[in-house]
Design a protein around this ligand. Sequence first.
Ligand code: ASP
Ligand code: MG
Length: 419
Amino acid sequence: MARLVLKFGGTSVADLDRIRNVAQHVKREVDAGHEVAVVVSAMSGKTNELVAWARDASPMHDAREYDSIVASGEQVTAGLLAICLQAIGVEARSWLGWQIPIKTDNAHGSARIKDIDGTELIKRFAKGQVAVIAGFQGIAEDNRITTLGRGGSDTTAVAIAAAVKADRCDIYTDVDGVYTTDPRIQPKAQRLEKISFEEMLEMASLGAKVLQVRSVEMAMVHGVKTFVRSSFDDPKSIDSSPGATPVGTLICNEEDIVEKEVVTGIAYARDESQISLRRVPDKPGISAAIFGPLAEANVNVDMIVQSVSEDGSRTDMTFTLPDGDLARALEVLDAEREAIGFELIQHDKGLVKVSVIGIGMRSHAGVASTAFAALASKGINIRAITTSEIKFSVLINSEYTELAVRTLHSVYGLDKVSA
Ligand code: ASP
Ligand code: MG
């Protein structure tokens, strides 16, 4: 017997038929003798609709009321799934964030989980009851409902798994695992059997959309074995007995991965902007003068490139940020123009950041230079580069996204060889 947390995303609970299908997946695990808690998202599209209503009511809405509106989608699916489980003879009860309780801070709209009391859930397991938990929501110190940021049900699931010391957290979604890259761009992408927490964190942060970044952080910190799998696989055809190996991707400790590839995956993120400040005085304090005010305005700066000045007097400073932050950043820089002392400001939007990720990079030289040569051979110009221990990223024009992803996927030997 194992203790499992199963999480089902929006497309897995999109309508009543899909919810009935989820109930079959849950029943299969219960029948195999496991203790089960389920975390559900809202039906796909529901949260977007709720967000739009809140914005429509007033663009300057109260964040506490926003949370009480957008948290409602998960309440509906939790209740519906509990009913569908009861209808097929599985004892089940729904739980909202405050009923557990899932305690969070007061940052409405992107609250962080502070504490989960798993005692009551564990008591229910002992009685053979399945807990169906509304994802994405919690309760703040002032007893107000909070939400955990878009995609937050993943984080709820991992946090519940940590709180009840589950053996595994299964994230059911509309794909059967984590792929070496986006299969819509490269059909030769392959499903990974295993990926380390660290690599998954990079993949998610750099654009892969399978999991919310915070959920991976949480899994890494608490060592929660997380398994990404498909709810579209026929529930009846899956073997859930101990020792069976279901199809999916296991996110686990590096030590549990025997065959470490140099490169594990290629991620990409669209809608990046680039700003260049030309002929900035090259003196101590200049970076602080630029990035301090941007940080205060909540502009999320990413890659930073500073060129070496020829005579030590003036330099160029280039950096990237999300397209959505561009207008605000330009305003801030304009206001600081005198204090910073740049001569010219240039910007571009709609760029793409392509990243290559792999723990094997730590011990291999020349991994990035292979990419640079491959991109050059396709005539793709690199606008900026950043590197760190287990990844590097290049900024390119968006029309080259597909070509760059496919080129890198193949140059690192990730393409599936068809039999
Ligand atoms: N329903 C929420 C959202 O769409 C949370 C989730 O699905 O994970 O962001
Ligand atoms: Mg999601």
